[in-house]
Design a protein around this ligand. Structure first.
Ligand code: ADE
Length: 272
């Protein structure tokens, strides 16, 4: 039976995890369909990990097309108790510069075409989401950035937009007026589903651009995102590797680990 302790979801700029030993690729089917790609299982820093390329090999799945439920279900079915997620983001503040890492602790949902719950179909449940990421994983990412010697800012608000088009300038300025820090297209649904699945989750957000709000500067382009991503992917890999070593084995203090315990409202006698 295949198992893993730590899941890594690699986004734009992190399509593989060098250093994994004893690699095995496993195609997993879930009740929600197939995940973005076969999972790559192996050992890193003495721990069993499962790597998933969020957008699939060759980056072929749009943010709105991602099967978030299959991705999280597949990791859960391996026994994963924590997920280290990596994503490219745009900066909404001058101080977050391209190549910096931000480890967000809040989200704002600007998506409108995604399903992000395992509940439904006769079972009603509501998990707490006031603190949407796991503080233990956040602290681990922060320490890992320190160890690697890169800028890793603790906390901040991640706007999750639908895409695939980048924001209008009016939207970008609106998000700035809300005090948001970074913008991306993928992480909130993962955080919601990981919480329902009682998996401790946080995101290492890699700043690639200043979106389109910064006067006197060019608006974000894919070329720019890719250039910074390539420049920075080695750092992201180093941070993830250090985070795997530093992540506590005991996650019982994480709010995620018991999130679904009191979440279900449906009378159990009517659940088939
Ligand atoms: N990913 C990287 N840069 C982005 C931006 N400016 N907006 C949305 N997603 C992004």
């Amino acid at each position: 039976m295949h198992t893993a302790e730590i899941g890594i979801i690699g986004g734009s700029g992190l399509y593989s995890m060098p250093g994994l030993t004893g690699i095995e690729e496993v195609a997993i089917e879930t009740p929600f369909g197939a995940p973005s790609d076969p999972l790559v299982l192996g050992t890193l820093e003495g721990r069993k990990v499962a790597f998933l390329a969020r957008h699939g090999k060759g980056h072929r799945i749009l943010p709105s097309e991602l099967n978030f439920k299959a991705n999280i279900y597949a990791l859960k079915s391996l026994g994963v108790t924590s997920i280290l997620s990596v994503s490219a983001v745009g900066s909404l503040k001058e101080e977050h510069k391209p190549t910096d890492f931000v480890i967000p602790d809040q989200f704002i949902d600007r998506t409108f075409a995604r399903s992000a719950t395992f509940f439904g179909d006769g079972i009603v449940g509501h998990v707490g989401f006031g603190d949407p990421v796991c503080p233990l994983v956040v602290d681990t990412f922060v320490k890992a950035c320190e160890e690697v010697g890169v800028v890793g800012k603790k906390g901040g608000t991640y706007i999750c937009m639908e895409g695939p088009q980048f924001s209008t300038r009016a939207e970008s300025n609106l998000y700035r007026s809300w005090g948001a820090d970074v913008i991306g297209m993928t992480n909130l649904q993962e955080a919601k589903l990981a919480r329902e699945a009682e998996i401790s989750y946080a995101t290492l957000a890699m700043v690639t651009d200043y979106d389109c709000w910064r006067e006197g500067h060019d608006d974000v382009t894919v070329d720019q995102v890719i250039a910074v991503m390539h420049q920075n992917s080695e750092n992201a890999q180093k941070v993830v590797k250090a985070a795997i070593r530093l992540l506590p084995t005991d996650l019982s203090a994480s709010p995620a680990q018991t999130a679904a315990k009191f979440a279900i409202m449906t009378d159990r006698s009517v659940i088939p």
